[in-house]
Each structure stands twice: as C-alpha cells, then as structure tokens.
Design a protein around this ligand. Structure first.
Ligand code: HXC
Length: 257
C-alpha cells in the first residue's frame, strides 16, 4: 500500500503502520486520517492481516491534530462536516490493534493511542491533552476515554492544565499496558501482536468486543453480553481444539472456525 503520510509493512500476520510526517511531529492532518481509515478498512477484509501495530517515530507518536490545518476552521463548517468524526472508524476497527508509542502523544495523538486496544510505550513517551492551551478541548475522545482509563482526577488535571505525563506516570495511572526501553518498544509490540495473531480469531474478536462493551453499559448488561459471547465460542472448532491441545499437552492449531 502506498501512502503519503503512512508507511505500511507486513511483519508476518501483523501489519505495522507508521505515521510518517516528520516535518510536523506526526501531526494528524486530514490526509493521515483518510489514509489510516483506508488502510484499516483494507486490513479488515484481508485474512492475511490478523493484528495491527500503529506507531510513529522516536520523537513523536503524534503531536496532535494539525493545528495549522485546524486554525481557520469555522464553527458552521466543523459542525456541518462533523469535523474529525472520521477518527471514530479507528475505534471501530474489529481486529486487534496495539499502539506503540515513543515520544509525544499529545492531543489527538493521545486520543488516537487510546482508540487502540492497548498501548505499549517507550520510556520516552509523553502523553497529554494540551488543547486547553489552544483555546479548545479534546475532540477525539480525550475527555471520555481518558476518564475511563485514568479516572477523573488525573483526566481533569491533564485536560485543564495541559501538562504532560511521562511514561512511568502513564503506566501507574493505567493508561499504558507496558513501558519498555525505546530500542525494545517496536519488538515488544510486534511480539505481542504476533502472539495475539496466533490465537483463534473469533475468540480474539469477542474478547475485544466484550472488553469494549464494559465502557458502554452497566455491569449487569456487560456480564450478560460476555456470557453470551462465551457460550457462543463453544460452537467453534477452535474451542474443542484449544481444550484438546491443553489436555494432550501439545500446542493448539487454530483454524478460526
Ligand atoms: C501542526 C505541529 C504540531 C501540531 C508540532 N508541529 N506539533 N504542526 N500541528 N499539532 C510542528 C511545529 O509547528 C514545527 O513545525 C515542527 O512540528 C516541530 O515542532 P517544534 O515545536 O519545533 O518541536 P519541539 O520544540 O520539539 O516541540 C514539540 C512539541 C510541540 C512539544 C510536540 O511541537 C507542541 O507543543 N506541539 C503542539 C502540541 C499540541 O498542542 N497538540 C494538540 C493539538 S490540538 P515548523 O514548521 O515550525 O518547523 C488537538 C485536538 C485534537 O490535537 C482533538 C480534535 C479537536
């Protein structure tokens, strides 16, 4: 796939997507959004892609929405065009997607990382929602996903002061799943993605769907939803295979069926 702002490489069954706007700290302009949506839509229908790692550069995962592009936007146009709503398609991606974050993940960059299933961060990573310093607020989920990830106190702190959080604070706060040395970050994310890619796709998809449901409904409904998906997996050959393999002390060979 040829893109202006993304570099896409296959690493086995994992698509590695690198945001590539070095001149602008990987700021997320409309081209990045369109290209990422196009890439993910293609991955969705490509059986060769079983997981995705989304990353940036050593300096920046993404330093936010592109301020130069946003500056002249008028309210009526933003409203009528539902400005930035397209990013929701990243959150709706159904295959596993890991954010591998080094350097700045600010504003829309932090929000994009939070749209992924989990974040593996380099120790150099810095997260923040500095929109307040620009006279706006987060607009790609920052006030919602951040509260769910790290709670009200820290979400308020970050969104109201615009300060940045380092990788250690982000891990302690629950925003980040793992922090590793910068030179190991990509390998760590690719290894995790390859591991996920080796499991049965229906069970991976349902685990993702059930966890995401936890953010959208009360516990009783979430538990019911989880149980229905859990029951459904007993209709798969992979459940029989996974359990037989365990009992026979061998590795499972999943067929996604
Ligand atoms: C456009 C950006 C940019 C951005 C950096 N650049 N961030 N361009 N949009 N978000 C550009 C700079 O203008 C500069 O271009 C080049 O990238 C290098 O950046 P520097 O500032 O010179 O680098 P440095 O001093 O190392 O500082 C890095 C930084 C700083 C701390 C990341 O660039 C920064 O604060 N960026 C803005 C962060 C931000 O406010 N993000 C939130 C955006 S609003 P030139 O041409 O001068 O060399 C947002 C809203 C999302 O995300 C929600 C939807 C509304």
């Amino acid at each position: 796939m040829d893109f202006e702002t993304l570099i896409v490489e296959m690493r086995g069954a994992v698509a590695l997507v690198k945001i590539n706007r070095p001149q602008a700290m990987n700021a997320l302009n409309s081209t990045v959004m369109k290209e990422l949506i196009t890439a993910l839509a293609a991955f969705q229908h490509d059986d060769a892609v079983r997981a995705v790692v989304l990353t940036g550069s050593d300096k920046a995962f993404a330093a936010g929405a592109d301020v130069k592009e946003m500056q002249g936007v008028a309210f009526a146009d933003a409203y009528r065009g539902d400005f930035l709503a397209g990013w929701g398609e990243v959150a709706g991606f159904r295959k596993p997607i890991i954010a591998a974050v080094a350097g700045f993940a600010l504003g829309g960059g932090c929000e994009l990382a939070m749209m992924c299933d989990f974040i593996i961060a380099a120790s150099t990573a810095r997260f923040g929602q500095p929109e307040i310093t620009l006279g706006i607020i987060p607009g790609m989920g920052g006030t919602q996903r951040l509260v769910r990830a790290i709670g009200k106190a820290k979400a308020m702190d970050l969104c109201l002061t615009g300060r940045m959080m380092d990788a250690a604070e982000a891990e302690n706060a629950g925003l980040v799943a793992r922090v590793v040395a910068p030179e190991r970050m990509l390998e760590e994310a690719l290894t995790a993605a390859q591991k996920i890619a080796g499991f049965s796709a229906p069970s991976v998809g349902m685990a993702k769907e059930a966890i995401n449901r936890a953010f959208e409904q009360p516990l009783s409904e979430g538990l019911r939803f989880e149980r229905r998906l859990f029951h459904a997996l007993f209709a798969t050959e992979d459940q029989k295979e996974g359990m037989a393999a365990f009992i026979e002390k061998r590795s499972a060979v999943f067929k996604d069926r």
